[in-house]
Design a protein around this ligand. Structure first.
Ligand code: SF4
Ligand code: SF4
Length: 363
């Protein structure tokens, strides 16, 4: 089959919105890189925390185990205190479950600010009220809403509920309050492209541009190395074509982010490889589940991979947990790490720093 569509090259203009989700932020932490290069312990710069395992969606692609468990705000405060003192800079509230279902979500966001760390929120925004929205807009650096659809039907097929109109209403209200408060919180949407919304990409971007959010990110479903490709060549072309046709909708206040995961999850590639040999970032990121268990990343929480759990952040001193990491990470099996996982970009950057560069002093 000939390819009539011009596929956007990696790094093309559609990626312009990656000012928010850029690939080289690790270079803004030179002291962490220096300590890492010297082989000394570094604190996690960014930590994901799961406030609850409850969820009001049931997305068909979701891998997280669900339960009624939630973290108490007292335990959350203990963890924040330890991380802040260790040098952590930012906390992401995410799932696990849906963070806004935790009755103390608004307070949790304020607590992160009190501990002088930045916060980001990943939510489906199926529920919310002005008190929560004001807390987000006063304290979060960003809020990303998982939408996946431009119509109630597609939303229900993917996210298993009839909440589309409610989510849209909540997004409009969040944007409205952002204007009223003069907030600088970045509000973004995310769409995971799958068999139900392959044809919906352009409509979703159109919808996002009308909602007044700052960006929409279009990304593929997570894939394991060696796993069967989730997109045929024809489907991939259709997705890229919609992305290409959407670029006129971009303007200085609205970005369309083509996730760089598409560069690896690409059915035209003969081989799909991580692009790095090991998780060098294992000290710089972390994910903590509702029980306080501290893992290398959220992907290991999905499978409750106790072999990559470094300890418990509620009951143990953070220094003890941090000192275990170098030994425990040896259990990592890269075959069980998603292609384009959370730390892929950092890992590629760090691996390139490990390689000797000829004539490195000639810039
Ligand atoms: S909203 Fe998130 S946690 Fe809930 S089912 Fe969907 S992907 Fe899973
Ligand atoms: S999935 Fe990614 S972040 Fe997690 S351990 Fe593997 S390489 Fe590291």
């Amino acid at each position: 089959m000939t390819n009539p569509i011009r596929l956007p090259a990696p790094g093309s203009s559609i990626k312009a919105g990656s000012i928010y989700i850029s690939t080289d932020k690790i270079f803004h932490h030179p002291e962490i890189i220096n300590r890492w290069k010297q082989g000394t312990l570094v604190p996690p710069v960014t930590v994901e925390i799961h406030l609850t395992e409850r969820c009001n969606n049931s997305c068909y692609y979701c891998q997280y185990p669900k339960s009624l468990s939630s973290m108490t705000l007292k335990d959350f405060d203990i963890i924040l205190g330890k991380l802040s003192r260790a040098g952590t800079k930012a906390i992401i509230l995410s799932g696990g479950g849906e963070p806004t279902l935790h009755p103390g979500c608004a307070r949790a966001i304020r607590m992160i600010a009190k501990h002088q760390m930045d916060s980001g929120l990943i939510t489906n925004l199926l529920q919310g009220n002005d008190q929560l929205f004001k807390s987000i807009l006063r304290h979060c650096t960003w809020c990303r809403i998982s939408l996946d659809a431009s119509t109630p039907d597609v939303y229900r097929q993917i996210r298993g509920t009839a909440g589309f109109s409610e989510v849209i209403k909540n997004i409009r209200r969040l944007v409205e309050i952002k204007t009223q408060l003069g907030s600088t919180t970045t509000i973004g949407l995310q769409s995971v492209i799958n068999k139900h919304n392959l044809q919906d990409v352009l409509d979703e971007i159109n919808l996002a541009s009308r909602l007044g959010v700052d960006y929409i990110q279009i990304r593929p479903v997570e894939t394991m190395p060696g796993e069967r490709m989730k997109y045929s060549k024809a489907q991939y072309i259709r997705i890229m074509d919609q992305l290409e046709r959407s670029s006129p909708l971009e303007h200085p206040c609205f970005k369309i982010i083509r996730s760089n995961k598409w560069d690896i999850i690409n059915p035209f590639l003969k081989k799909r490889l991580h692009g790095f040999s090991f998780c060098h970032a294992y000290m710089m990121i972390a994910a903590i589940d509702v029980h306080g268990d501290y893992y290398v990343c959220c992907h290991q929480i999905e499978t409750r991979n106790k072999q990559l759990c470094f300890g418990n952040a509620i009951n143990e001193p953070i220094a003890t947990i941090m000192s275990r990491r170098q030994k425990i990470i040896k259990n990592l099996d890269m075959k069980k790490c998603y292609l384009e996982c959370r730390a892929s970009n950092i890992n590629r950057c760090l691996e390139s720093l490990k390689k000797p560069v000829p004539h490195e002093n000639f810039l």
